[in-house]
Design a protein around this ligand. Structure first.
Ligand SMILES: C[S@@+](CC[C@H](N)C(=O)[O-])C[C@H]1O[C@@H](n2cnc3c(N)ncnc32)[C@H](O)[C@@H]1O
Length: 217
């Protein structure tokens, strides 16, 4: 049954007002805040990569948590127009294209890779879930290539028939994998977050990224 027109969700309205008051461009920031409070993903001094960063709420929040010694880089197909602090930047590009020039602008390894990427929804749950799965696999590939050993990964997925397969893929690369539904995520929404910690060392791990770090040292 579809959502009734004109029926408001007071909780969502409350979070939208709160985000506006706290100068975040989207209320999605409160999902990351809940994840952070529970899982302590971002630590002072961290290098963070935020995939699907527009309009910029997670970027702003991650920049606060990483602090002045940290650095946050966002990537999105859409341009981020919100003003960012000195320790954050947003690049425009498509995360589904690993050879996109955007990734050539991103140097070195990260402590945290976040992905809040979501496809434009069609209303057909199986189509949306399949597109979300493709974005998640792209995010996981970036995490595998760019995360330091012991690094952390957080990824949104729309649950569907590929969900278990995605979890299995994450488990091959991380020691500790948790599924988490923030309270600030609508109950009716199929979105859920995968929190993965303890990036395992793999053969030919981070070779390109580590080389760049070594070259800069
Ligand atoms: C829910 S929004 C992210 C909100 C963001 N975390 C925030 O707090 O402001 C999902 C984003 O994923 C982006 N996205 C979808 N497909 C993408 C892709 N292939 N590459 C990069 N970004 C993508 C969309 O453009 C959209 O801005």
């Amino acid at each position: 049954m579809g959502k009734k027109k004109g029926v408001k969700n007071p909780w969502a309205d409350h979070l939208t007002r709160k985000a506006k008051k706290e100068k975040y461009p989207a209320r999605s920031v409160y999902k990351l805040e809940e994840i952070q409070e529970k899982h302590r993903l971002i630590r002072p001094g961290d290098r963070v990569l935020d995939l699907g960063c527009a309009p910029g709420s997670w970027l702003l929040y991650a920049a606060k948590k990483a602090g002045r010694a940290g650095q946050v880089t966002g990537v999105d197909k859409k341009k981020v127009t919100v003003n960012l602090p000195e320790n954050a930047r947003a690049l425009t590009g498509d995360a589904l294209e690993p050879d996109s020039p955007v990734f050539a602008q991103i140097e070195g390894c990260f402590d945290v890779v976040l992905s809040d990427m979501a496809p434009a929804t069609t209303g057909r749950k199986e189509v949306d879930a399949a597109r979300s799965y493709a974005l998640c696999m792209a995010a996981l590939a970036v995490a595998r290539g760019r995360l330091r050993a012991e690094g952390r990964f957080c990824c949104k997925i729309f649950t569907g028939e590929d969900f278990t397969q995605f979890i299995d893929s994450v488990k091959t690369a991380f020691a500790d994998v948790t599924i988490y539904k923030p309270k600030s995520s609508r109950k009716a929404s199929k979105e859920i977050y995968i929190i993965a910690k303890g990036r395992k060392k793999e053969e030919d791990d981070n070779v390109g990224a580590q080389q760049m770090v070594d070259d800069q040292a």
